[in-house]
Design a protein around this ligand. Structure first.
Ligand code: E4P
Length: 216
């Protein structure tokens, strides 16, 4: 399973990519706003310099023409840019047009498996089901990953399932068990993936025993 980092923070991207585990980056207008980015294009270019893999940049237009204009502009910034388009009628139309123009896409704001099927039929490179936001309304978000996997395998779609809106390590574990192609993970959760109290206790004891042996 590929790991993308879900942030627009350059320091987080730098630190996480130094571990050698980051295969790509996802951003969205909220993550960009959180960083107070005023020059979106140059910020995206900086991200592309830090990670050599798919970098999702989201359009903010809601109409087909506006989406296509933004998609062409963003795709020209760097070869690794993937255009994030919303799961709307115009978004799906733009996904199809981008695919035909050789532009990679990530259909975002997906909350049910049939939406993912539509994205795949439009030729999307990635589809982003938001599992955490489904959990937030009292449902099991991960269930749609399982269902999308079955649908894509039934018909041999090559669209990659990108599990998004991840809140904790258990989402990552379940995404891996269900065969999600990618998990996009906030930096906080990436750090949590490494931690286990028994690892800390075990390491502390090994070092203590090593020190005691030296004293003998
Ligand atoms: C990434 O592609 C999504 O935009 C992101 O994972 C959404 O996460 P959130 O639900 O925590 O805002």
């Amino acid at each position: 399973m590929k790991f993308f980092i879900d942030t627009a923070n350059l320091e987080e991207i730098k630190e996480a990519s130094q571990m050698g585990l980051i295969d790509g980056v996802t951003t969205n207008p909220s993550l960009i706003a959180k960083e107070g980015v005023t020059d979106h294009d140059s910020h995206m270019k900086k991200i592309c310099e830090l990670v050599d893999g798919p970098i999702s940049a989201e359009v903010v237009s809601t109409d087909f023409d506006g989406m296509m204009k933004e998609a062409k502009h963003l795709a020209a910034l760097h070869k690794n840019i993937v255009i994030k388009l919303p799961m709307t009628m115009d978004g799906i139309k733009a996904t199809k047009a981008c695919t035909e123009a050789g532009i990679k896409t990530n259909v975002t704001l997906v909350f049910q498996p049939i939406q993912a099927l539509l994205a795949a039929k439009a030729g999307a490179t990635f589809v982003s089901p938001f599992v955490g936001r489904i959990d937030d309304i009292g449902r099991d978000g991960m269930q749609i990953i399982e269902e999308i996997r079955i649908i894509f395998d039934n018909y041999g779609f090559e669209t990659q399932i990108l599990t998004a809106s991840i809140r904790h390590p258990h989402h990552v574990l379940r995404a891996a068990l269900m065969g999600s192609d990618v998990a996009t993970i906030p930096f906080k959760v990436i750090k949590q993936l490494i931690k286990h109290p028994l690892t800390d206790i075990g390491l502390e004891n090994f070092l203590k025993d090593h020190e005691n042996l030296k004293k003998k």
